[in-house]
Design a protein around this ligand. Structure first.
Ligand code: BJW
Ligand code: ZN
Length: 248
């Protein structure tokens, strides 16, 4: 049995569940995490690639890095963790995903209410006039230009940039009004996103971390379930099926 008595009690009575997710939930799909073992940033320094200054200094290199990751994300598929969240939707009237991931895997898995705090790698916009360039085929690795002459950039949030205000507000609202929040596969060190699960705690509700290791925030949460997201979330769901009926 994976559920503690207290978590089982919470999940028996809960109506609103939030999944706050990070790169670790996509690791089993074959998308690298940023930090830790196998993390992309063991090889590349974030400030060299994930900032507007870096883009202005070496736009082709940054663009090529995103093209490389875009191809990976396009070729992989959602894993058992994303799919378990889709199935949670059958048992709880409100299941909200607040993700730091830009890989679109939640939506591809059928997660219905998804707020993307750090953007989406499948979208682009002009850094000068903000015109959108979504789902365009950009064939070569040189950064494309907008019809206004500006450089086209991926629609992701770099260091020092604001998060999309509507997505952040919706994520905060969900975190403050849920019964149980699962913080899955995130190192919980990048702010303001990392405030989300703390807001649930502040509202007096239950927070469960699912991760391979302890994180910066483990001590604030009600419990840590150590393990792979793709194993832990389906195991939780199997136990839920023993005490909850699917919604009509
Ligand atoms: C598994 C697993 C498996 C593995 N199963 N688990 C305090 C308050 C506010 C801001 C700051 C602050 N202090 C510092 C800041 C600034 C900065 C920040 O947070 N820096 C910290 C690093 C210290 N924040 C910002 O700059 C943000 N903007 C901002 O603050 O604006 C304010 C402002 C704006 C304008 C004017 C004035 C002020 C923006 C942050 C943007 C982050 N962007 C990135 C890149 C996105 C694009 C891209 O992908 O290229 O987002 S950085 C990167 O980190 C990415 C991620 O979403 C984010 C979080 O990483 P995540 O998801 O947690 O991944 P990992 O790799 O760190 O962790 C993986 C975890 O999974 C590990 O724990 C593993 O153990 C686990 N795992 N396999 C379960 N199978
Ligand atoms: Zn433009």
């Amino acid at each position: 049995m994976i559920l503690s008595d207290s978590l089982k009690n919470e999940l028996q009575h809960a109506g609103k569940i939030v999944f706050f997710t990070g790169a670790g939930i996509s690791a089993e799909s074959g998308v690298s995490t940023f930090r830790g073992e196998g993390g992309i940033w063991n090889k590349f320094k974030p400030e060299e690639l994930a900032s507007f200054q870096a883009f202005m200094k070496n736009a082709d290199m940054v663009w090529e890095w995103y093209q490389y990751r875009r191809k990976i994300v396009h070729d992989v598929v959602p894993n058992a963790a994303h799919l378990a969240i889709t199935e949670f939707q059958k048992y709880y009237p409100s299941v909200v995903v607040v993700t730091q991931n830009i890989d679109n895997l939640h939506t591809r898995a059928g997660n219905k209410e998804v707020y993307e705090l750090h953007g989406n790698i499948e979208r682009n916009y002009c850094s000068a006039c903000k015109k959108r360039y979504d789902f365009l085929e950009f064939k070569d690795n040189k950064v494309p230009r907008c019809e206004c002459g500006g450089l086209i950039r991926p629609d992701v949030v770099w260091f020092g940039e604001s998060l999309p205000p509507d997505e952040l507000a919706a994520g905060e609202f969900a975190a403050e009004h849920c019964d149980v929040l699962f913080s899955v596969g995130t190192s919980s060190i990048v702010y303001p996103a990392a405030y989300i699960p703390l807001q649930t705690k502040k509202a007096g509700k239950y927070v469960v971390e699912v991760n391979l290791t302890e994180t910066e925030q483990t001590r604030y949460f009600d419990e840590l379930i150590k393990g792979k997201a793709g194993e832990v979330l389906p195991a939780i769901l199997e136990e839920i099926k023993m005490f909850r009926k699917p919604l009509p």
